[in-house]
Design a protein around this ligand. Structure first.
Ligand SMILES: *[C@@H]1O[C@H](CO)[C@@H](O)[C@H](O)[C@H]1NC(C)=O
Ligand SMILES: *[C@@H]1O[C@H](CO)[C@@H](O)[C@H](O)[C@H]1NC(C)=O
Ligand SMILES: *[C@@H]1O[C@H](CO)[C@@H](O)[C@H](O)[C@H]1NC(C)=O
Ligand SMILES: *[C@@H]1O[C@H](CO)[C@@H](O)[C@H](O)[C@H]1NC(C)=O
Ligand SMILES: *[C@@H]1O[C@H](CO)[C@@H](O)[C@H](O)[C@H]1NC(C)=O
Ligand SMILES: *[C@@H]1O[C@H](CO)[C@@H](O)[C@H](O)[C@H]1NC(C)=O
Ligand SMILES: *[C@@H]1O[C@H](CO)[C@@H](O)[C@H](O)[C@H]1NC(C)=O
Ligand SMILES: *[C@@H]1O[C@H](CO)[C@@H](O)[C@H](O)[C@H]1NC(C)=O
Length: 318
């Protein structure tokens, strides 16, 4: 009797430890499931959280679900000799917030997801040891983002090396969501930037992911001003991505000219279950993402339909 007990106990202990261990980098759709009920446009973002002050504000705001920030190589005050991964958007090369401090603060709470936007391959490489040492604490959604290909109006702005980024992310963080996009014009996009992502740019992305044998969850960040002008091409991108649960992330720079009506149509066409929306409040407040149907019955029917479709879609992909 006593012997049976002692041999069972360790097994029980191991099992219970395994069960209580949270999954690394859960999908936001699972992590925030109770709050969003499958509608990922409900996920709220704090964008360009690149200083101690902005981080403290974002962490104090209970409405914020995802914290997005930029990573460059640069200096923290008091150490102007060594470059480290800092939270900053080029051309800034100094920040009071290092990546190490950012992770320390965001991962301690375990209530917010994070999206890390790496501005250069050098910054990504230098970040890897810091990210790896925090890996077990990444029990919140973690998106690793880089603009890895040239896109509309990208000019001379060099993309992050696609193969190096994808291999580094895949080998070290197969559980994280890859957020991979195209370089676009730095600064504000006025009304005259009336272009869109091209078929060639979309194809280039699909081939780059295939070449690197990427099979983890992918989200494609697309700039609202450019995406909203061509719905067909973006729905094609999602349709042709075999990756498990792929999505789009619509983002916008402060001051970009964005056609609200087109963007609303765009998001609803791709689906509110497939489009994260990280745009400034001034754009967000003008969006109309409800179904156009006026009666509750009609919208309930639509909801049931979209549940059926997404279930179908998932079983097709898996
Ligand atoms: C930075 O480097 C300079 C010259 O290499 C050296 O004199 C100085 O002490 C260093 N400062 C720090 C804070 O390490
Ligand atoms: C950092 O940026 C400032 C302002 O643009 C510039 O003067 C300085 O040379 C830069 N430092 C380094 C080491 O690149
Ligand atoms: C993380 O933050 C805590 C205080 O909030 C501090 O004591 C600790 O040294 C920090 N760790 C790192 C690695 O910065
Ligand atoms: C980044 O790291 C990878 C893997 O170690 C290496 O092959 C590559 O040369 C590095 N890139 C740069 C720009 O340092
Ligand atoms: C885009 O802008 C160019 C230059 O201003 C103009 O010639 C062209 O007609 C515009 N295209 C559309 C679709 O609005
Ligand atoms: C992705 O591929 C690797 C092998 O390259 C495999 O171990 C892993 O299970 C695959 N993951 C998914 C989600 O299919
Ligand atoms: C809005 O969509 C219409 C119809 O697809 C298109 O003709 C127009 O160029 C779009 N406007 C902008 C600013 O994207
Ligand atoms: C999705 O969420 C947005 C933001 O809360 C809301 O405006 C919209 O009505 C929702 N759409 C559906 C179809 O549930």
């Amino acid at each position: 009797m006593a012997m049976a007990f002692s041999s069972v106990l360790p097994v029980f202990l191991i099992a219970s430890i395994t069960c209580t261990m949270a999954a690394l980098s859960p999908d936001p759709r699972d992590f925030f499931a109770d709050k969003i009920k499958g509608n990922i446009t409900k996920i709220t973002w704090a964008h360009a959280v690149n200083s101690k002050k902005e981080l403290a504000d974002a962490l104090a705001d209970d409405k914020i679900m995802m914290i997005e920030a930029d990573i460059s190589l640069g200096f923290v005050p008091g150490n102007s000799n060594v470059t480290v991964p800092i939270m900053a958007h080029p051309p800034a090369n100094e920040s009071d917030l290092s990546l190490a401090d950012f992770l320390n603060a965001t991962l301690k709470k375990s209530t917010r997801g994070i999206k890390l936007d790496f501005k250069t391959i050098e910054a990504f490489n230098a970040s890897l040891p810091i990210l790896k040492s925090n890996r077990e604490k990444m029990v919140v959604p973690v998106m690793l983002n880089a603009d890895i290909l040239p896109g509309p109006f990208s000019g001379d702005d060099k993309p992050v090396d696609a193969d190096q980024f994808l291999q580094g992310a895949k080998q070290n963080f197969p559980e994280c969501i890859l957020s991979v996009g195209w370089k676009t014009q730095y600064g504000v996009m006025s009304e005259r930037y009336n272009g869109s992502y091209t078929k060639e740019q979309i194809q280039n992305m699909l081939e780059t992911l295939a070449k690197n044998k990427i099979n983890q969850t992918v989200t494609y960040p697309v700039r609202a001003a450019l995406a909203a002008s061509d719905i067909t091409i973006m729905t094609e991108l999602i349709k042709n991505t075999k990756n498990y649960r792929s999505t789009l992330t619509v983002w916008s720079a402060v001051g970009d000219f964005v056609d609200r009506k087109n963007l609303s149509t765009f998001i609803k066409t791709v689906g509110v279950d497939k489009t994260y929306v990280d745009v400034p409040d001034i754009v967000w407040k003008d969006l109309n993402l409800g179904s156009s149907a006026t009666s509750n019955l009609a919208s309930a029917t639509l909801m049931i339909f979209s549940v059926i479709i997404s279930t179908f879609g998932l079983s097709n992909l898996a």
